[in-house]
Design a protein around this ligand. Structure first.
Ligand SMILES: *Cc1c(COP(=O)(O)O)cnc(C)c1O
Length: 405
């Protein structure tokens, strides 16, 4: 063992980066900060430098890094039992399902692992509902999606992306998807046909650059879907679980979708856990054998998710997001910078649109001890842990102001 396994502490950052570049696929272009440990809103690199994390694992770390309550639940559960597979039952899954119901109001849930899997699952369920309940001929059901969407990286999902890089070279793709402009309810209404089983939408588009739709959009969309007997699927994998200042982003419009996907912060960053939340009518279309996952609903994942949800409630993270988000947005909007085109956001989820590439500014922020990441070349995305202190946030915003000035 010792011959080929050296401890990370013995390796310098440059050497670790070299190993990653040499032996790993280059499907990311990360900032060259080699993180060794983290706590709350702060991470420490292998050289002992500390950074304020304003990305929070794309919102998987809403509860902050290594939250002690989630860590405890994970370690305790790992000592008991980690995996049963769904061939047998375990004592954690029923409790997670009940707690999801109590917290979100949805009647049923189907646990998966990654976010993309939850989206694929929602699409499968919507299609089967379309065939068995709505009466769409099998194999012809259509799902409407939005331009600028991001729902993950599986073949079916990238097949309906409007981002060329996500698709080029990866076809052929699954049929049965059509895109309509985001934020335009009339275009959705126009596009619905008798074969439409669902409309899949992010209530706020995350990867597209924190795009908040016009007021009332989700409410209109919900009404159209109800009238036309089309399922409304809200992908809340990034926008949900407190990020926008409420438990779900769709609450801002006072609506309830037929299905919601959650992931990312469902585990507080410890472990991949996702789920599809819906009604008995919709999830009830699945029969034993229709769908599954070896790790989906495993007791370790469920114990972690239960603890992560408890932190969200006990620490009032949606409320914190609303409060700190309003503070940050006001401050950034007051910023006078020749580089800033627009500052937008909802809760502690903010996009700073620039008239120049955002990457060099993110690198400068890294040198000042602040981690954030560009999205779509010209947008700086801010999504700090919702547990961040006002003082730390204030300091981080000061660094951003300095770099943009
Ligand atoms: C991150 C994300 C996904 C995909 O989640 P993975 O866990 O990376 O598969 C899906 N939908 C939205 C809105 C996301 O932000």
């Amino acid at each position: 063992m010792g011959a080929y396994m050296q401890l990370a502490e013995q390796r310098a950052a440059g050497e670790l980066i070299g190993l990653e570049e040499r032996y790993g696929a280059h499907n990311y272009n990360p900032l060259d900060v080699v993180v060794e440990r983290a706590e709350g809103a702060w991470v420490t690199d292998v050289e002992g430098r500390r950074y304020l994390d304003l990305l929070a694992g794309y919102s998987a770390l809403n509860q902050g890094h290594c939250h002690p309550a989630i860590l405890r639940a994970m370690v305790e559960q790992a000592h008991r039992v980690t995996l049963t597979s769904r061939a047998f039952r375990n004592d954690q899954l029923p409790l997670l399902l009940e707690e999801l119901h109590r917290l979100t109001g949805f009647e049923m849930a189907l646990p998966m692992n990654s976010g993309a899997e939850a989206v694929e699952t929602a699409i499968k369920v919507a299609r089967k509902w379309g065939v068995t309940v709505k009466g769409i001929p099998d194999g012809t059901a259509e799902v409407l999606v939005c331009e600028g969407n991001f729902h993950g990286r599986t073949i079916a999902v990238v097949g309906f992306s409007s981002e060329p890089q996500y698709k080029i070279g990866f076809g052929p793709f699954a049929g049965g998807f059509r895109a309509v402009p985001f934020g335009n309810a009339a275009a959705l209404k126009e596009a619905i046909t008798p074969r439409t089983c669902a409309f899949l939408v992010e209530p706020v588009q995350g990867e597209a650059g924190i795009i908040v739709p016009p007021d009332g959009y989700m409410r209109e969309v919900a009404a159209i879907c109800r009238e036309q007997n089309v399922l409304l699927i809200a992908d809340e994998i990034q926008s949900g679980l407190g990020r926008t200042g409420s438990l779900f982003a769709f609450e801002h419009d006072g609506i309830r979708p037929d299905m919601t996907t959650v992931g990312k912060a469902l585990s507080g960053g410890f472990y991949p856990v996702s789920a599809v939340l819906s009604s008995r009518e919709v999830l009830g279309v699945l029969r034993p054998g229709d769908h599954g996952s070896t790790f989906g609903g495993n007791p370790l994942a469920c114990a972690v998710a239960r603890a992560a949800l408890r932190v969200l409630v006990d620490e009032h993270l949606p409320e914190r997001s609303a409060e700190l988000g309003a503070f940050a947005l006001e401050r950034l909007r007051a910023l006078r910078s020749p580089h800033v085109v627009e500052v937008r956001g909802r809760g502690l989820w903010i996009g700073i649109e620039l008239n120049r590439p955002a990457r060099p500014l993110c690198e400068q922020l890294g040198q000042r001890g602040v981690l954030c990441k560009e999205t779509h070349d010209t947008v700086i995305r801010l999504a700090p842990p919702l547990t961040i202190s006002r003082e730390d946030l204030d300091w981080g915003l000061g660094q951003i102001e300095a770099v943009l000035a």
